[in-house]
Every structure is written in C-alpha cells, then in structure tokens.
Design a protein around this ligand. Structure first.
Ligand code: BGC
Length: 756
C-alpha cells in the first residue's frame, strides 16, 4: 500500500497546487458564463436517488459497468472472463450499458432481456461511436470544422443522432473535441483542429445538435459524450496514446475550453481519455474529473472511461492490481467502467473493506440513472422498428451530406484561375487512386458507413460531363510501390486538355492508432503527380486525406489544389460541384499545414519569443522557412475579397464596456463567393507572455460580385481575458491589438486601450 498512499499524497498535492494557482471560476473565455442551468432537474435527481436507495451493491456496480457487446458477438471465443461477466450481468438484469449492438432489433431484444431480468426493471443505455454520421456518413470532423459553419455542424450531429436513435442507440460517443497541434497524430481526423475558441464553438453546436433532436418524429433524445477528456491530442511526438505533459496554463487555455463549452451546452456524458496527464492517467485523475469537471464546471452527467482504460492503469504503472485500479478510478470521479469489468469485480470488496465509501458508488449510480431518466428510457426503452427505414439515408440526410462535404473543401491553390473547369472541356484526364475509390472517402471511425453508399469522384464528375469528355486511368494504388500503370495514365494526360489527379491517404493511415512519422503522399503517388506535371498539361490535384499533408513540392508544381479530406458518402458529388463551379469553395483550414514534419508542432497561436524569426541567432531554422505551408484560417475562393475601412467605435474601452469593430468586405471578383471573416486579438503587454493572435470571432458571409458588406464584431472583456500572473482568468488593462482578415496571417489591424 506504500505506493498507493504515496500516489494519493502526490495527487492531493497536485490538486491543491492546481486549485491554488489556476481557476476557471471567473472565466467565460469569450463565451457565456456557465448558465447555472440544471440539465438534470431536481425531479430527475430525486427519482434516481430513490431508486438507488432500493438497490443492492451488486445491482449498483452492475449499473457502473459497460461492455462491448459487438466485440463478443463477432469473437464469441475471445476475452473469456469478460465475456462471461458481461453475460452474467445481462442475465441478472444488472448491466448498466452495452455498446456496439448490431441494430434496432438486437437492441430491443437485449433491452427486453435486461429489463425482464432486472429486479427493479432498470433499462440499459446503449452506446456507439457515431463520430461523423451514422449510415449517412458526413465528412470527417476536421473537414467539417473547415466549414466554419456551426449551424451545419449542429444539423449533421442531429441527423447522425436521429439515424443512430432509430437503430436503437441512446448514447453517441461524440463529439471528439481534442485540440491538437500535431498532424502526425492519426486522430487529428476526428478533431476540430488546433484552436480552442473555434473548437469551443463547434463543440457547443455539436452537443446541442446531437442531443436535441428537434426534427425527430419519435421525440427520443440521445446523450452525447464529448471526448477524450483531456489532453489526448497533445500526445508526445504525435504518437497515439503517448505521454502528455503540459502546463496547467496550456491545459486551461487551450485544451479545456471546448470541453467547458460542451458541458455548458448540456452534454450528458464525458469520456475520460486513455492518456496520462502530467503523471496521472485521466481515469484516475481527480483534478480533471472532480475538481475541474464537477466542482468548477458543475458537470452533472456520466463520466465513462475510455475502452478498457481501467486495465491500462496497471500498464501505465499507477495501479498495482485491478482492485487498486478500480479504487483509483472511482475516487477520481469515473462513474462508468468501459469494458474492463473491474468495477463489478472489485468495488464490492473495496466497499466491504472500507477502502471505498459506498456513497461514492451511490453518487455514480445516481448520475447514470439520472441520464437514463432524462432520456426517457424508463418509460420508453424500446425503439420503433419502423422508424429506421424512414430516417436512415433519408433524402434530407443525403442532401445534408452533400452540403457538408461541399463546405468542407478547401481550395489551397488556383494558378491563373484554372478552376472552375468548364463543362465544355474537350477532354479531361481523370487519374489517381482516389478517383474511383468509394471506400476511403468514408474516413476513419465510420463503422456504419457502407462503400456502396459513397459516390466516387469519378461518378461525381461523370454527372457533370459526358463519357466521351473523360479519359480514365488509375496510375497507381495508394500504397503501391510499382510504377507499372504510370504509362497508361500519362498517355491519358497527354491526350487531354487538363488532368484531375485524385491522390491521398487510405482510411488506415489516419484515425485511432494510426499516427504517421512522414506526412508526404504515400506510395508512388508523388511520382505520379510529378510525371503528370512534366507533360506540361495543367494538373489539378484533389487531395483526400485524414490530416494535413506536408506537400510543399505539390504547391510548387500543381496548377490547382483542392483539399477534399475524407468527405463521406457524397464526396464525389460535392467535389464535382466545386470543380465545375456550381458551388464555389468556401472552406478554410482549421489546422496549420506544415512544410515539413520537422516544423511540428506548428500552429498559429504562437508567442513572439524574445527573438522572433529573422536573421542569425533568432528563433528560426537554417534549412527551412519558419512559416507554414498554409496557415490556419487559409483558403481561397473563385473570387477575390478586399478588406477595407476597419473602424473601432472607440479606442478606449472600460472593463465593463463593449467595443465594436467593423470592417468592410467587398467581393472584387466576377462571381459570387463566400468568405470567412476572422477576428484575432492580442494583449500587447500582459503579466504573462501571450500569443501574437487568438481567434475570438468569425463570420461566414456571401457576397455577389461587386457587393460590399460591413461585418461587425462586438468585443467584451471576456474576449480579452487571459490567465495572468494571478492565476485567474481576467482581462488586464493595457494596450491591445486586433486583426480582422481572411486568415491568421493577413488582415487589417487596429489598436485600442483597455482601461480599468
Ligand atoms: C476510442 C474511443 C471510442 C471507444 C469505444 C476507444 O478505443 O478511443 O474514442 O469511443 O474506443 O469504441
């Protein structure tokens, strides 16, 4: 027990230190203060309490246990002990939650069994990873965040929940709101990029959409589960699951804001991550799960561990045995144990020995039951089997998938306005391994997506052109090491007026566990593009990947580059819409594209240092620029925009005032287009060094050719708040600079003073 006592002491010291130094108490960080609204009403809380009072300890710890049903359905002989435990809990009606069921029929069947076997007729809550759509697969979240359109995020989250609910799912393990600055990390695909403010806006929209299904005809709501709390995106070297060691300042300023907004939006669940955070794995981290989440933010929902993460407490080297892992996790604030079975096996003993106070168990069960009451599961535990045929892949959802895909596309380069292409083009060569690909556009973590539902880019283009206008040849596979199919593809390029080459990453190169050390195009794809460029024909590259790629060579060689990520079922239609100008590109990057892996981590939210990049003995590289390939916020249109007349309604602002900054944006080109107007602020001299820019507002506007719109942003002290030397979030009086522009590197600037 020496180790455990020591760890407890360290934990307590850390918490005391954390509490003393930093607090979110006064923070509204550019967002509303915690509303104080109780998502779990006193009435629900009382019902849950009354039920807990009637439960045996076994019944309680059963509620705190969640199992991966699907894994055992597919591998009935695997994981013997855990499989037996799961089945025992189902047979007794004790199981709190199952996930990965095969659909509505199975969900009803298992639910019936659980309720009928349960002495108190307690339903289970079923979960699934519904990350970017259910059967109607939307773009990967990193792509969707590039839309800078929270309304669209809300709608896609709602559509995904609606489909999932119609197939018997009550709890979606989404949104994934890990901020990350490392494109080597495969799960960047599931994230909403590098910025805490934008991540917060998207988290808010996603939770509201996923949980509040206004359009559903069965009125069933679904719980969300923002994840992975916290710090998972800061894995060292971009290697998934790796150590995370960040200051409390970075934790609170950069990593936590999206989670805080998700809680404020009423998230009913939170998933504690796999990683350690400053020495304590998240599931055992009381500072994260109790001090911040419950005490500072007032979170009322369920904290569930990530998959088998309690068992990983032993591997991390923080628990000497499974029993201690269960003890650490419950004492930290983990309510539900995903798939290790440790809670069920060890909590009763821990309670009997006096190591765990039964009141902690009661509290966790109360929260779990409260969410079940909130979702209406006691009154309405079964799903109407006729629902899914009306909901899944409905016309509305497919239309939304096309819109979401279109708005996710980012135009990175467009030399001499080669795009949009004319539909009257004589011959267009269509080449590359992503051209006819219907599998990889589904993206990572789309377990319910079907290749057959995907429109390939080839089919999307053929819906715009006639068959005799195109010449197709694959050229090479994604990972191929052979160039034997190059000749056929190059011949097609030679015969055409221009070529569209679709290249990128397969699903397996991004997502969980799939970190990369190199960020160029895999296989022979680079050689294929370079050979096509050497023909002298204009080459338009469509990049489809789950992450930013470091492709400076491509920027030098291609005539045009469209970043099309992994866009989901309507991928081909959406890309063709943009290629031929039926819709202009309007996406803007939410993550910085590096020139080289050696620049990582690279992000716009950087500080000046004492020696900003310049000549000798400055913060630079001798062999490469410090600037990224494409900055955060960047993206082109088919038209051009001019920013003029930035005006502030005052140059001095008091803490209690608001300041309005207005800029005029004009469409100076000849076609209509959408622009994302971005506001950044800088505290010029603060008690703690500050980033040169922090995003604090944005507006997506549409302008007809020649049209001008005035765009205004209201700035309050909340937007200027930082964690200063005092450790509190507060705006510090003094000089500020703001910038409004089309991306994080360009814009008009203005200064003002914040007075006491
Ligand atoms: C992932 C989570 C996911 C869980 C359940 C884990 O491996 O990290 O994001 O929700 O599995 O499938």
């Amino acid at each position: 027990m020496v180790t455990s006592l020591y760890l407890q002491a360290v934990l307590q010291m850390r918490q005391a230190k954390g509490q003393q130094r930093y607090s979110d108490a006064k923070f509204s960080g550019g967002v509303r203060q915690l509303s104080g609204k109780h998502w779990i009403t006193p009435e629900i809380r009382n019902k849950a309490k009354a039920l807990v009072a009637q439960m045996t300890l076994e019944e309680k710890v059963g509620q705190m246990s969640q199992f991966d049903w699907g894994f055992h359905a597919i591998n009935p002989d695997a994981g013997g002990e855990i499989n037996n435990l799961m089945r025992l809990l189902i047979d007794r009606g004790w199981v709190g939650s199952l996930f990965n069921l095969s659909g509505a029929e199975e969900a009803n069947e298992l639910q019936r069994k659980v309720i009928e076997n349960s002495r108190l007729r307690i339903p289970m809550i079923t979960g699934r990873d519904v990350i970017h759509g259910y059967r109607s697969v939307f773009p990967i979240p990193l792509a969707m965040s590039s839309s800078w359109n929270p309304g669209l995020i809300e709608q896609t989250a709602a559509a995904a929940s609606r489909e999932a609910a119609s197939d018997g799912i009550h709890w979606v393990f989404a949104p994934m709101i890990d901020i990350t600055r490392d494109p080597r990390w495969g799960r960047i695909a599931e994230s909403m990029g590098e910025d805490p403010y934008l991540g917060g806006v998207m988290a808010d929209a996603w939770v509201r959409g996923a949980q509040l299904d206004r359009w559903s005809d069965d009125r069933r709501s679904v719980a969300g589960c923002p994840k992975h709390y916290a710090g998972y995106g800061f894995a060292e070297a971009g290697r998934d699951y790796n150590t995370v060691d960040v200051s409390d300042r970075v934790l609170r300023e950069v990593i936590l804001p999206p989670f805080r907004r998700a809680v404020e939006a009423g998230a009913l669940g939170i998933m504690a991550s796999f990683n350690e955070l400053n020495g304590i794995p998240a599931c055992a981290n009381k500072y994260l799960l109790t001090t911040i989440l419950r005490e500072e933010w007032g979170f009322e929902g369920i904290v569930v561990s990530d998959y088998n993460a309690l068992a990983e407490l032993l591997v991390h080297g923080i628990a000497k045995d499974p029993k201690e892992a269960a003890e650490l996790a419950i004492k930290a604030g983990t309510d539900m144990d995903m798939h290790s079975g440790f809670y069920f096996r060890y909590l009763p003993e821990l309670v009997a020995e006096g190591r765990v106070d039964e009141r902690l168990v009661d509290q966790a069960v109360e929260r779990i039951l409260a969410v079940k009451f909130k979702l209406g599961l006691f009154d309405n535990p079964y799903v109407d089997l006729s629902l899914k045929s009306r909901v899944i892949l409905s016309e509305e959802h497919v239309g939304l998938a096309r819109q979401a895909a279109r708005e996710s596309i980012v135009l990175l380069k467009n030399e001499n306005g080669i795009l949009p292409l004319s539909k009257n083009i004589r011959k267009l060569a269509l080449i590359g391994p992503m051209m006819k690909n219907r599998r990889d556009p589904l993206g990572c973590w789309a377990p319910d997506g079907k290749e057959d539902d995907v429109v390939s880019l080839y089919d999307g283009i053929l819906a715009k052109l006639s068959a005799d206008q195109v010449l197709y040849a694959e050229g090479c596979g994604i990972l191929d090491r052979s160039r034997e199919k190059f000749d056929e593809a190059l011949e097609a390029v030679e015969q055409a007026d221009a070529a569209v080459i679709a290249v990128g990453e397969s699903i397996e190169l991004s997502g969980e566990g799939n970190s990369r050390a190199e960020l160029d195009l895999p296989g022979e794809q680079r050689a294929l593009v370079e050979a096509a460029v050497r023909t002298g024909k204009p080459v338009i590259v469509v990049l489809m990947s789950g992450r930013p790629l470091a492709v400076g060579w491509l920027d030098e060689q291609a005539a045009a580059i469209l970043h099309a990520w992994h866009l989901g079922i309507q991928s081909g239609r959406a890309i063709a819409d943009v290629l031929f100008g039926d819709n202009g590109p309007s996406g803007r990057l939410t993550v910085t594209f590096p020139r080289s892996v050696g620049q990582i981590p690279i992000y716009y939210y950087r500080k000046n240092t004492g020696r900003p990049p310049g000549g000798n003995y400055t913060s630079r590289y001798v062999d490469m620029p410090t600037k990224p390939l494409y900055p955060f916020g960047y993206g082109l249109s088919y038209t051009t925009f001019a920013y003029r007349n930035l005006k502030l309604d005052r140059t001095g602002m008091r803490l209690s005032d608001a300041l309005t900054a207005t800029v005029e944006v004009t469409n100076t080109g000849s076609v209509a287009g959408e622009e994302v107007v971005q506001l950044y602020v800088r505290d010029v001299a603060a008690s703690v060094t500050q980033p040169l820019k922090r995003l604090k507002g944005f507006a997506k506007i549409r302008l007809e050719p020649g049209e001008t719109k005035a765009v205004s942003f209201r700035i309050t002290a909340d937007d200027l708040a930082i964690i200063g030397a005092s450790g509190e979030w507060a705006a510090e009086p003094g000089a500020f600079r703001l910038m409004i522009g089309p991306n994080s590197e360009e814009g008009l600037e203005a200064d003002f003073i914040l007075e006491e």
